[in-house]
Design a protein around this ligand. Structure first.
Ligand code: GLN
Length: 492
């Protein structure tokens, strides 16, 4: 059952080709044998996985469980709480924190009979785009281990790409589901802000954070979204579902659709391979019945990245104040008074990138600078939202790159944070405006690394976006990581 989609694993279980326990054993064996090469997982508890799988199998046999997800394993990013398991956010400060409860999204997947395989590596507190800021070492891209799998949900993307999980949860504050999915040749689904509860997702920037899905294709992503999207009173920003359950997508999901390509995103912000991938996707979409035109997003292109980083850091500096050596996780071993305990705990517990952002966030929120930075960033955000509202008056979808290029080499620009931040230009806009967006594989670079495009829709346009993505994906070839066929993944 290796390399099977969620749907294939699930129908195999229902047709009694294999049991949930057998499926779990296959993935556990793969992880034990191959994960040391990539570093996808931070925690795997084989005993727990097996007992969950046996319990779900019994429910299926008694006819008590007939969800299309029953018995299918899933990897979960390590900033999403799973009861009784470590939730470290890839940070020393939470190294030994065991969550006493399930995130709402996890709870819903467990109710649907999914089996939690383990917790995946990420950038510390989801701050980064390469999984290199993890306190526990980087994850490597299974397509080529000299390259980053992207981030911050790099462990989740690498696990699915290497065949160490059929599907995974990630979180997306500024692109962390879409970009790693794109770098690993997968489909990355970021829902409308508020459609999946954030309860149990460790907060980075609360007005931008969403839980998303990294899958092998859009149909698997849609199945999981369907199981997770619901109003939750435990999350004050959660919104009710607009419609009932998703039906099968129309085959002609692109016919008559108006698609805009922001010129600014291609001209200076994408390399030639990526620009060619977007142009070729546009041609395919036209052939499938869409009307594709160039559009302009001048405000978003000029201010998106700056507004995003000011707002994200400001919110992070407030959210991460809770890690104080008292309520959660580690406390420095030696200290004098309370202030020293606080200073040392945070000094030892957080890594360099997290500290950089907490300082920046505290600065832009401070009395003398609030008006100059934070307030201006919020104004820019309001104008960006308006720019998208105006575009969606005339267009159904926006098409662009999921990143400026294919996956960079590990260590790329490590000492140049601003250059790294700039590379998020294509993804942060959807978070600032709360839009649903999906990254889809679109061929390979000359070096043999996946390229990813992105489609975006107006808020709550999930069904339109699923249908359009399905129609496109039906027409293009699926990418399969060569490492799954036992081929080399060395840097060449
Ligand atoms: N790369 C972006 C950042 O570092 C996005 C991260 C994310 O989506 N969690 O903030």
């Amino acid at each position: 059952m290796k390399n099977k989609t969620v749907r294939e694993i699930s129908s195999g279980i229902r047709e009694k080709k294999w049991s949930a326990r057998e499926v779990a054993d296959v993935y556990l064996a793969e992880i034990a044998e191959r994960d040391s090469r990539y570093g996808c997982y931070l925690t795997v508890d084989p005993e727990k996985v097996r007992s969950q799988a046996e319990a779900v199998q019994r429910q299926i046999e008694k006819g008590e469980q007939n969800s299309p997800l029953a018995g299918v394993p899933i990897a979960v990013k390590d900033n999403i709480c799973v009861k009784g398991m470590r939730t470290t956010c890839a940070s020393r400060i939470l190294e030994n924190f065991i969550s006493p409860y399930d995130a709402e999204a996890v709870q819903r997947l467990k109710e649907a009979g999914m089996i939690i395989l383990g917790k995946t590596n990420m950038d510390e507190f989801a701050m980064g785009s390469t999984t290199e800021t993890s306190a526990f070492g980087p994850t490597k891209n299974p397509w080529n281990i000299g390259h980053t799998p992207g981030g911050s949900s790099g462990g989740s993307a690498a696990a699915v790409s290497a065949g160490l999980a059929p599907v995974a949860l990630g979180s997306d504050t500024g692109g962390s589901v879409r970009q790693p999915a794109a770098f690993c040749g997968l489909t990355g689904w970021k829902p409308t802000y508020g459609s999946i509860s954030r309860y149990g997702l460790v907060a980075y920037a609360s007005s931008l954070d969403v839980i998303g899905v990294i899958g092998q294709d859009i149909w698997d992503c849609a199945l999981l979204w369907d199981a997770m999207a619901a109003w939750d009173r435990k999350d004050s920003t959660s919104v009710p579902r607009q419609r009932g359950r998703l039906a099968a997508f129309p085959k002609d999901g692109l016919s008559g659709k108006r698609i805009g390509i922001p010129e600014e995103w291609l001209k200076e912000e994408a390399d030639s391979e990526m620009a060619a991938a977007v142009e070729s996707a546009a041609r395919k979409m036209s052939a499938l019945g869409a009307e594709v035109q160039n559009i302009h997003l001048p405000v978003t292109a000029a201010y998106g990245v700056s507004a995003y980083y000011l707002i994200a850091c400001a919110e992070a500096s407030s959210n991460l104040a809770r890690f104080d050596g008292v309520k959660y996780g580690m406390r420095a071993k030696e200290y004098g008074d309370f202030h020293e305990m606080y200073r040392k705990t945070r000094g030892e517990g957080f890594g360099t990138e997290v500290k950089r952002r907490l300082l920046l966030g505290a600065f832009v929120l401070s009395a003398g600078h609030y008006e100059d930075y934070y307030r201006k960033a919020c104004t820019a955000r309001a104008r960006i939202r308006q720019e998208f509202r105006d575009i969606f008056q005339n267009y159904d979808l926006i098409l662009g790159p999921a990143a400026p290029s294919s996956a960079p080499a590990l260590g790329f620009g490590l000492e140049k944070p601003l250059e790294r931040y700039r590379r998020d230009i294509h993804t942060v806009a959807a978070n600032l405006a709360g839009l649903p967006a999906v990254s889809l594989p679109a061929g390979l670079s000359k070096k043999g690394l996946p390229l990813g495009i992105q489609l975006m829709a107006a808020p709550f346009g999930e069904e339109l976006l699923f249908a359009a993505a399905a129609c496109y994906q039906d027409a293009v070839m699926k990418l399969e990581c060569p490492c799954q066929r036992g081929e080399r993944d060395e840097d060449v």
